[in-house]
Design a binder for this molecule. Structure first.
Ligand SMILES: [Zn+2]
Ligand SMILES: [Zn+2]
Length: 594
């Protein structure tokens, strides 16, 4: 409850800072030495200062600040109402005796000023209690009117009241100055201590933590969004929630992003939204208990950061409206691609586990597959829509291809999943399954690699056309390292390991029938009975395919952990081995289903 009140009380600070940036930024420094100009500048900076104070001060001081705002507004409204009252009284043609409402009006005014004066005194309580009742000073004109003084004298009384009030306010402020100075001194001392003990970095982090509170920004964004949304709906004039709804939405979102504050707020909102979507994906796949599973990569901040970095790089804030909307659409598309990729990263282990476990739970399969299909269709649909709307230049190709890649990866996942499913309904183990899965994955990896190469090529091409700067260069360099070089390395390493493992498994001698009947045991990898087996140097027996799969992962014997080496006799009796192996395979295929 208290936290909610705190958020509500601090958010207006963001509005003030945002307003300052969008409208008063250039008024903060005086352009000339004229009094009006300087006064304007001082007031602008004072208002800005209050914006920061609302965010930084402890909550109890923020409350005091609000009390003073309200008191100021009340004093001002007293002045306005009194002026209006005097206007009415001086312009009355009928005399007091003939006016049936005369007395009623006077009493109403009397009560109004009395109450407001009391309220202000209540708000501004303190050791200056003797001053504050004076705020009810606007009763004086009413008294004068009741005393039947001529109406011409009323403006004089009004001026007198204004003077008294002004003097009173000045007096109050003067009394407050020592407190304000004390507060500032205290804050300064605190900052000094923190800097001396922990260094300037800590002070900066403390300030940052106070200024950057995600919930404040999210609430700020929501308010801005709904205000602008209502505005744009009225601008469109017809309440078209038909095919134009997404245009209205995009216009609204991009019209918000006009200052750093709103941009940060948009990023925070996107981060929250992404987090929610990723959590929901997890909950959909694995049940509600998985909702708050902690993975820093899937906390939504990747998406938020992507948005803000791209916005700053493209200079989104300074753009005029139709252009800004176009750029915003592309940025949102990139963020969405990244979000879809994260969703796939969540779905992949679940689907693979589902294939491996050979679960017959149809509901689980349905959930996994429905998600996969939507991840397959949605990027393609988005790509189609975007390529229809925007001209396809090279950077656009990069953006679109990375999105399509998600679909390719999903397709790969689906193929692997269906292969495992097919394997599970077969009567005997499918010897080549592992290889087929490996090559399916390899095709996707190669495709990914080509896209990465393509991006590098585009970057280099772009550099020849003159649009070249440090940011682009560093992005390209990072991209080259992570997406091209590292992928190439891991891919090549896995290929070599695989070849090595296959070679080792192939080189091991087969067990003879006597050895097998003597052993009379199951394969300790798959627990299936052994009609044919190979023998490791450490004299352990496994199915050859089982051992090969095992060696893909690590090169140690599953039972005794001694390293399985390439069998040296391979060259001498390779023909004999080959014959034996053919025999083995025949035997395995002849084996009846268990
Ligand atoms: Zn086995
Ligand atoms: Zn062993």
């Amino acid at each position: 409850m208290e936290a909610a009140v705190g958020v509500i009380m601090r958010v207006p600070g963001l509005f003030i800072i945002d307003y300052w940036w969008q409208h008063d930024r250039y008024k903060s420094l005086p352009h000339s030495m004229e009094l009006g100009e300087i006064l304007n500048c001082v007031i602008t900076n004072l208002v800005l200062l209050h914006g920061f104070l609302l965010l930084l001060l402890p909550l109890r001081h923020v409350q005091a600040l609000y009390t003073h705002f309200v008191s100021g507004a009340l004093i001002f409204s007293c002045h306005i109402v009194s002026s209006y009252y005097i206007d009415v009284e001086t312009n009355k043609i009928v005399t007091a005796e003939d006016d049936p409402y005369f007395l009623r009006r006077q009493i109403a005014m009397f009560v109004f000023h009395g109450c407001l004066g009391g309220l202000i005194s209540f708000f501004l309580k303190g050791p200056w209690l003797f001053v504050t009742p004076v705020f009810a000073v606007y009763i004086i004109p009413v008294m004068a009117r009741l005393a039947n003084l001529p109406v011409d004298t009323l403006p004089f009384f009004q001026n007198f009241c204004d003077a008294i009030t002004g003097f009173n306010v000045l007096l109050y402020i003067t009394y407050q100055i020592p407190t304000i100075v004390d507060c500032a001194k205290l804050a300064y001392m605190d900052a000094l201590t923190v800097t001396e003990v922990h260094g300037l970095g800590t002070l900066f982090i403390l300030l940052w933590n106070k200024l950057f509170v995600p919930t404040h920004f999210a609430l700020f964004w929501l308010i801005e969004f709904f205000v602008k949304l209502i505005g744009s709906i009225y601008q469109v004039e017809r309440l078209a929630w038909g095919d134009e709804w997404y245009l209205i939405l995009l216009t609204t979102i991009s019209s918000i992003c006009a200052s750093p504050v709103t941009l940060v707020a948009t990023s925070v909102t996107v981060a929250y939204l992404s987090f929610f979507i990723l959590c929901s994906t997890r909950a959909y796949l694995q049940g509600f208990s998985a909702f708050f599973h902690d993975n820093p990569m899937h906390s939504g901040w990747t998406e938020g950061l992507t948005l803000i970095l791209l916005s700053f790089q493209t200079g989104l804030m300074e753009m005029k409206m139709p252009a800004r909307m176009a750029v915003m659409t592309i940025i949102l598309f990139i963020v969405l691609s990244s979000l879809l990729q994260s969703m796939l990263e969540i779905a992949e282990p679940v689907v693979l586990a589902l294939s491996a476990s050979r679960s017959r739970n149809l509901w689980r399969h349905f959930r996994a597959l429905s998600l996969c299909f939507s991840l397959l269709i949605f990027p393609l649909y988005l790509t189609r829509v975007l390529s229809a709307v925007f001209p396809i230049d090279f950077w656009m190709m990069v953006v679109l291809s990375s999105c399509t890649l998600t679909s390719v990866q999903v397709l790969d996942l689906l193929v692997v999943h269906s292969l495992f499913l097919y394997d599970s309904v077969r009567f005997e183990p499918w010897e080549n399954l592992d290889d087929i899965v490996y090559y399916t994955r390899a095709v996707t990896k190669v495709l990914e690699f080509f896209v990465a190469i393509f991006v590098v090529g585009m970057g280099l091409w772009e550099s020849t056309s003159g649009k070249w700067n440090l940011v682009n260069a560093s992005i390209l360099l990072i991209h080259c390292y992570f997406n091209v070089w590292q992928r190439l390395q891991t891919g090549w390493r896995s290929f070599l390991l695989r070849r090595e493992a296959a070679k080792k498994a192939k080189s091991l001698p087969s067990a003879t029938n006597e050895q097998l009947s003597q052993l009379d045991d199951v394969c300790s990898i798959c627990f299936g009975s052994m009609r044919a087996a190979c023998v490791t140097p450490c004299q352990h027996y496994f199915h050859r395919t089982c051992l090969r799969k095992w060696l893909y992962v690590q090169d140690k014997c599953p039972l005794c952990h001694s390293v399985v080496t390439l069998h040296p006799t391979e060259d001498i009796n390779s023909t004999q081995n080959e014959q034996q192996r053919t025999g083995e395979r025949d035997m395995m295929h002849d084996a009846p289903a268990q």
